[in-house]
Design a protein around this ligand. Structure first.
Ligand code: ZN
Length: 475
């Protein structure tokens, strides 16, 4: 498990590349460029949508050693890693989906192993490498109520009873119940009906986009953003009523370096951009829309938590001993991610955390213990054996020294993923966990949707829109 200089246990890997219809095509795709750098493809095809790079031991995409032996990483280390590390390049939206918890995953896997290939849960964390758009979790019920009033085509896809529930719910429990009924009703709407309403909605929104707003306050930024998202999704998935989902899911734009965590049973859909994603080692997805694949609406309606409001956006926590290393720690035991940013002329010694690591270079070039680091190269960093550390003088066995030549123009950025060693000091939290103090973690506040309306604005606007509107359900 050592390279020729006998000092480290850093082993080059060949990840697995996945082409999916939503991937970014050709050279524009980071996944494509990384695949070329890892020599898993010989050239980049301009028409291939390079969507995902898998680095880990999952049976559906096992990484192999880069030494030409084609041995799998799992064979070499004799076990599965508890996590799966991915790079994603999304050119268009992925399906609206959620991932089951452990109990449900076991049941789905037993009932339908074809669709649900393993029995594990799949909490996941996304860290943006480029500006990244995603839908994530349900909107607050007040927002949904407002959007129901403003978009009668959306309202027409939902039963009168479910709508009534949305407007009457006044306790947290009744709000959750109302949201579940609304979602179930929308998902079970007759497809002919929803397609017709979608078309009406699209032509109205298109017309409104063409009008210069005489009063900017007539359509606040978050509503215009929502309308543009619907038009875009509809152009990507013609006829799929899932294009209306920005009316009930939070629509986020996050910046490079920002991250969010999706616990089990939270609806989400990545829309566009490039990210690194770390998750428990599983591939279980329950899909609901924006996909030609199997949609499992009944299981989805049943499993979701109906937590409302956007996720917390995490910018990571700089390590106290070296702030160039930023740690992203979710509240699950399987994984956490470190990002090291090293400027030209700098070097940094990183101690081995004592558990197996996956290392991926995401930007820039540098060196580590005699090896060149280039964007897209990935490595397994195993636990150094004691006798090994002794043989090399003890200094290098348990650490790596990264350096960037001063002639380089930009920093080296590399990511390291491993089993969660800091679960007691998570940098992001699980929205479902009511025991988590939402404002207490490193002073971060729950994400309320950038540019989203304030509760006071919503209250005032709902009563304004509701006044004299003939479609309000009557008691
Ligand atoms: Zn997902």
């Amino acid at each position: 498990m050592s390279n020729e200089n006998g000092k480290t246990a850093l082993i080059p890997l060949k990840p697995v590349v996945k082409d999916y219809a939503w991937g970014i095509r050709g050279m524009d795709s980071r996944v494509g460029r990384y695949a070329l750098e890892s020599k898993i493809i010989e050239e980049i095809d301009p028409d291939t949508p390079y969507a995902e790079l898998w680095i880990g031991t999952h049976a559906k995409g096992p990484s192999t050693l880069g030494d030409g032996s084609n041995r799998t990483l799992k064979d070499a280390i004799g076990e599965d890693l508890p996590f799966l590390f991915k790079v994603l390049s999304a050119g268009k939206a992925l399906s609206i989906q959620a991932h089951p918890d452990k109990n449900m995953a076991a049941r789905l896997n037993a009932e339908n192993p074809q669709a649900y290939g393993d029995a594990n849960h799949k909490p996941e964390m996304a860290i943006a490498l480029t500006p990244f758009e995603a839908m994530c979790g349900f909107r607050r019920l007040e927002e949904v109520a407002l959007l129901l009033k403003k978009h009668p085509e959306f309202a027409a896809c939902i039963s009168e009873e479910a709508k009534l529930g949305v407007f009457l719910a006044d306790t947290p429990d009744s709000q959750k119940e109302a949201l579940q009924k609304l979602f179930a009703s929308f998902m079970s709407c007759d497809p002919k009906r929803s397609k017709m309403e979608l078309n009406k909605l699209l032509s109205r929104l298109q017309n409104e986009q063409n009008v210069v707003h005489p009063h900017p306050h007539d359509a606040p930024a978050w509503e215009r953003k929502c309308a543009r998202a619907i038009l875009r999704l509809a152009s990507q998935f013609p006829g799929d009523a899932g294009a209306m989902s920005p009316l009930f899911l939070n629509y986020l734009l996050i910046a490079p370096g920002e991250s969010f965590f999706m616990a089990a049973n939270e609806p989400h859909a990545y829309v566009a951009g490039e990210i690194i994603e770390c998750m428990a080692c599983s591939d279980n997805v329950v899909r609901a829309g924006l996909t030609p694949k199997f949609k499992d609406v009944d299981n989805l309606v049943e499993m979701l938590t109906y937590t409302m409001g956007g996720p917390s956006i995490d910018v990571g926590e700089p390590e106290p001993e070296d702030p160039r290393i930023v740690r992203y720690t979710p509240p699950v035991p399987e994984f956490e991610v470190m990002i090291l940013t090293l400027d030209p002329g700098d070097n940094c010694e990183m101690k081995h955390p004592g558990v197996p690591c996956i290392l991926v270079v995401v930007e820039g070039s540098g060196r580590v213990d005699g090896q060149d680091l280039r964007p897209g190269r990935s490595y397994y960093w195993g636990v150094a054996k004691d006798e090994h550390a002794d043989a090399s003088g003890g200094a290098s066995g348990g650490s790596l020294t990264f350096s960037v030549d001063s002639s380089r123009r930009g920093p080296l950025k590399l990511t390291v993923a491993h089993k969660n060693m800091h679960i007691e000091s998570a940098t992001t939290f699980n929205r479902n966990d009511s025991t988590t103090n939402l404002t207490g973690l490193h002073g971060s506040l729950p994400y309320m949707g950038r540019g989203s309306p304030s509760p006071a604005y919503l209250k005032a606007t709902i009563s304004k829109v509701t006044e004299g509107t003939p479609t309000i359900p009557k008691l």
